[in-house]
Design a protein around this ligand. Structure first.
Ligand code: ADP
Ligand code: ADP
Length: 220
């Protein structure tokens, strides 16, 4: 399955303990918010889950395997770690097709994921004309190309207006409702309250609380 288990994860940079003995679990079928102020260690944690940063100690697994041991990572995990940066002169559809080609996926997936995120009408427009919200949608589209069971999104609602956040809530709920694991970071409590079912709160690299949004937010 697509459970994420973070266990004793630690990252020490020269002078900074970015992540400090962090443990939590993320369940399939739910939208889990990963909340903490800027500098709390969210991006470093997500990068360690995705095998982009080597932990100093501890480990993270997805469905019981470390990322490096996944049989088919692109079809298991989709991720965006920053607002999508496509070649500016490329269309949204071509941006996705380039990724399809590199990943051995059929071109038709580009149109399917454009449809999924409501970008089909803009698929043949150039990326440089996309609004921030459209760029976030394109990032999610790219993450969904491999039809992954697990979706990891770092600050996907950054810069979205309330309507855009409602749109994202509906999409993430739908994807979780299909049984996917959805982990989404934010530094804004208000975003988490709108987007997430469960929440993992960290500060200074350490776990502060984990629980349902209702339980955790109700007691804050
Ligand atoms: P967040 O995503 O919650 O804003 P980060 O994971 O980006 O937090 O950063 C956590 C801490 O680790 C910050 O103090 C940041 O400056 C530091 N940090 C992140 N990456 C590096 C790096 N490559 N080298 C040194 N320090 C880093
Ligand atoms: P990105 O997040 O797209 O990699 P950044 O501009 O945040 O770009 O960081 C560029 C590089 O510097 C990354 O490798 C990041 O891990 C590293 N980095 C981030 N914060 C720090 C920090 N406080 N000290 C040293 N390196 C850092």
């Amino acid at each position: 399955d697509g459970q994420i288990v973070v266990s004793g994860l630690t990252k020490q940079y020269k002078n900074v303990r970015a992540v400090d003995d962090l443990s939590f679990t993320v369940e399939p079928g739910r939208v889990t918010g990963f909340l903490g102020p800027n500098g709390a260690g969210k991006t470093t944690t997500l990068r360690m889950v995705l095998n982009l940063v080597t932990p100093t100690a501890g480990a993270a697994t997805i469905g019981g395997r470390r990322y490096a041991d996944l049989h088919d990572p692109l079809r298991t995990v989709g991720a965006i770690l920053e607002a999508s940066a496509a070649h500016k002169g490329r269309t949204g559809r071509n941006h996705l097709r380039v990724i399809c080609a590199a990943a051995g996926l059929p071109d038709s997936r580009a149109d399917e994921v454009l449809e999924l995120v409501g970008l089909a009408p803009a698929g043949s427009r150039k990326f440089k004309g996309y609004s921030l919200g459209m760029r976030q949608r394109l990032g999610i589209a790219a993450a969904m190309l491999g039809d992954p069971r697990v979706l990891i999104l770092d600050e996907p609602a950054n810069g979205l207006d309330p309507e855009g956040i409602r749109w994202m809530r509906d999409l993430l709920r739908r994807l979780a409702g299909e049984g996917r694991t959805v982990l989404v970071s934010s530094h804004l409590l208000s975003e988490m309250q709108l987007l997430a079912d469960d929440v993992v709160i960290i500060a200074a690299g350490r776990l502060v609380r984990q629980g349902t949004v209702d339980d955790v937010m109700g007691s804050m």
